[in-house]
Design a protein. Structure first.
Length: 717
């Protein structure tokens, strides 16, 4: 039976109840879940078979979600550090003691240094509209703390996509089964977007061709009809080369271009600089393959491109995405059901961000700091005035997930830094906290979920009471606000009231969607056009696809959605309104001097069993994922005298990590690949891949350029 959450969680009978849920993790699929409860205990988590996109299946990461909920290692009570920083030694305290200490330390810091000496640190450990990315913004904005840009991923891709098409959902993933030519570009769908796969499979059963463009022969690439192993960071050049062929061979949909695009002549001139022979030298592909790809893509309609987030992780990631984004309009793919492009179809969700983060609290001139450079912040390298004296971490684990790991650890070791971490487990970051707070899991929360991979709103009802003294993020910031004496109405709202505030239920895309409907079936599809750009109608200033963008963007510009609506920033270098190719900062071709010392490109890969660092401490997931490793091409291994399974050191000027070597031709020569997400304290030598990554940004959106790094690999001593 399905009833209200309160009724279900209050009952202590032998009767089974089934509660609607939704996966909270940083994944485009946002699965609809069913949680079975017996006598107040969750006994099963499974997919909701009625959901049209996720279709009753959960990925291997979440199918055993109750292992996380009932783990013996879970944090259940507030704790205070009693050992040295990093020792992970804590004692239990009460919530009153924890809140009082946080208040007193915050007030002391504000008095001595000002509120900007306090810095929140959060990301997408939870994607809920209530408990996710923006849950603490109102509190910290009211406090007057440093504002943090949270642009680890998708900010660059989103900026480039919006420059071309505006905030459109693009091709609905539900229609991929109508596509005749599918390109997964930098997207390992079987590991990171698994619920798209059945639609691709249906299309292939009807004769569709699947092309995967990726430097690595991933699980998905192994299943493709054609894997194109492009050199890292050169995707933009490949797209420009494809357009060169399409234009020169008169494969353009001239009618669509004339009616529904702007800037074609300028684009034509730009791509004339990228003939297949030049692009072959840049990308490491055969010119014949570039020509064949362009011809097949243009002439097989409907064709569709699924953009992966990995595309943006380079110095020129934004311009690369710009170039790729121009392709569907050039060949008229948007005319057809199942044609066009899928980026992140989150734009039609009518999220009322201001109702959560309350930008009216932000004082003019409040500084903005990007979390990707946390190591530089905490070690004083950025020379901030005032320096950061307090760090409040929730929904993230920056020690393993941010760049320049050694700097972050050094900063967290500072005795003058007061650190608070709200978590499920004693993560690598929580080990350095002064105060640790117990957070609820998704089966204990009320939340609403949007998606960046499909177009359904999903409701998550609390299935069980929180264990111990764990509380939701929303409750955490209500308690903190009360302890700080904040009396504004937004800090008094219940979760149910927040759920009614966070979405604009009067928006056209929410037509017919009410909270009652969500409680009845657990989800609802947004009201959207399945062929949105058959006749143009792009939400750009011109109303057309903009090959030459009218959106004025510079290298420091970040979309307001990624910085709490705060528009204040120092303008950077202007961005070319035409797509172009920007080489990596660190590669054998663009930086030969650096490559003499560090000749291998390092790529981080999303693991099949973890979501970033989530689940990377659970025994079953660790067993299935296997030990940390670095994958080397046989040629590179032979040159270095490295054999399978030997422990190697992967290093550059920034740092090093040690892992066993896996020798495989699944990667290109000159490219090494290491899975991301393993915990530092559970690793071979107390370090992980982000010890070697740089805190540099991409060309747009201040996104983390994690795929732009050179290293050397040698046998560990």
């Amino acid at each position: 039976m399905v009833g209200t959450a309160v009724e279900r969680t209050a009952e202590k009978t032998a009767e089974k109840t089934v509660v609607y849920g939704a996966c909270p993790h940083d994944c485009p699929d946002t699965c609809a879940m069913l949680v079975t409860v017996e006598e107040g205990r969750a006994v099963k988590v499974e997919g909701n078979p009625d959901h049209p996109f996720t279709r009753g299946t959960l990925c291997g990461k979440v199918s055993d979600y109750l292992d996380r909920v009932y783990s013996p290692d879970r944090i259940l009570y507030p704790m205070r550090r009693v050992g040295a920083k990093g020792s992970g030694q804590f004692e239990r305290i009460s919530w009153d003691e924890a809140l009082d200490e946080i208040r007193d330390r915050f007030q002391q810091i504000i008095t001595e240094y000002g509120a900007e000496a306090i810095m929140p640190c959060s990301y997408l450990g939870h994607e809920g509209l209530l408990n996710g990315l923006t849950v603490g913004d109102a509190f910290f904005n009211r406090l007057g703390s440093t504002i943090t840009e949270r642009t680890f991923c998708i900010s660059c891709t989103s900026t480039a996509y919006l420059m071309t098409y505006g905030p459109t959902h693009g091709t609905d993933p539900d229609t991929f089964n109508h596509s005749k030519y599918i390109i997964l570009w930098g997207c390992n769908a079987l590991s990171t977007n698994v619920h798209l796969w059945p639609f691709i499979k249906e299309a292939r059963q009807q004769g569709s061709k699947l092309v995967v463009i990726d430097p690595v022969r991933t699980r998905t690439a192994q299943q493709a009809d054609w894997h194109i192993p492009v050199r890292p960071g050169t995707d933009g050049a490949l797209a420009l080369g494809m357009m060169h062929v399409i234009i020169n061979e008169n494969l353009v949909d001239t009618d669509y271009v004339e009616q529904y695009t702007v800037g074609y002549e300028a684009l034509k001139e730009r791509v004339s600089q990228y003939p297949p022979e030049r692009v072959a030298e840049i990308t490491g592909l055969a010119a014949e393959d570039i020509i064949t790809l362009a011809r097949e893509y243009a002439t097989t309609q409907p064709s569709v491109i699924r953009l992966g987030v990995a595309l943006e992780k380079q110095a020129g990631g934004g311009q690369g995405v710009r170039a790729i984004s121009c392709l569907p309009a050039l060949v008229g793919a948007w005319r057809h059901l199942g044609g066009g492009m899928l980026q992140a179809p989150m734009w039609p969700f009518p999220i009322r961000g201001e109702a959560v983060h309350h930008p009216e609290f932000i004082k003019p001139g409040t500084r903005v700091v990007n979390q990707w450079q946390l190591g530089r912040v905490l070690t004083g390298e950025l020379n901030l005035d005032p320096p950061v004296k307090a760090l409040f971490v929730y929904n993230c684990n920056p020690v393993t997930q941010a760049a320049e790991q050694d700097k972050i650890v050094a900063g967290l070791m500072r005795e003058d830094l007061f650190t608070v971490v709200s978590e499920h487990f004693l993560t690598d970051t929580a080990d350095y906290a002064d105060i640790v707070l117990p957070a609820t899991t998704q089966v204990e929360n009320l939340d609403l979920m949007f998606s960046w991979g499909h177009t359904y709103v999903t409701l998550n009802l609390p299935a069980i009471a929180p264990p111990g003294e764990a509380i939701s993020n929303t409750e955490l910031f209500r308690r903190l606000a009360a302890r700080m004496g904040f009396t504004e109405e937004c800090f008094q709202l219940s979760d149910e009231e927040l759920a009614m505030e966070v979405l604009d239920y009067s928006a056209p895309t929410m037509q017919g969607i009410t909270m009652d409907l969500l409680k009845q079936q657990g989800y609802a599809k947004l009201k959207i056009d399945l062929i949105p750009h058959k006749e143009g109608n792009f939400p750009t200033p011109s109303g057309k696809c903009e090959f030459v963008s009218s959106m004025h963007v510079d290298s420091n510009y970040v979309l307001p959605v990624f910085r709490q609506g705060c528009e204040e920033y120092q303008p950077g270098e202007p961005i070319d309104p035409l797509p172009t190719y920007t080489p990596q900062r660190e590669s054998v071709h663009s930086n030969p001097e650096l490559a003499q010392r560090y000749p291998l490109s390092l790529l981080s890969a999303k693991p099949h069993q973890f979501i970033n660092s989530c689940f990377a401490n659970l025994p079953k997931h660790l067993k299935l994922q296997g030990a940390p490793r670095v994958i080397l091409h046989p040629d590179d291994a032979t040159q270095r005298g490295i054999t399978e399974g030997q422990v190697v050191k992967v290093f550059n000027d920034r740092g090093a990590f040690e892992v066993p070597a896996q020798i495989s031709d699944m990667t290109r020569p000159g490219v090494v690949v290491a899975p991301l997400g393993y915990w530092r304290k559970l690793s071979h030598a107390g370090n992980t891949i982000n010890a070697a990554t740089a805190a540099q940004f991409t060309d747009m959106g201040h996104t983390a350029a994690v795929g732009d790094a050179l290293v050397e690999v040698a046998l560990a001593s």
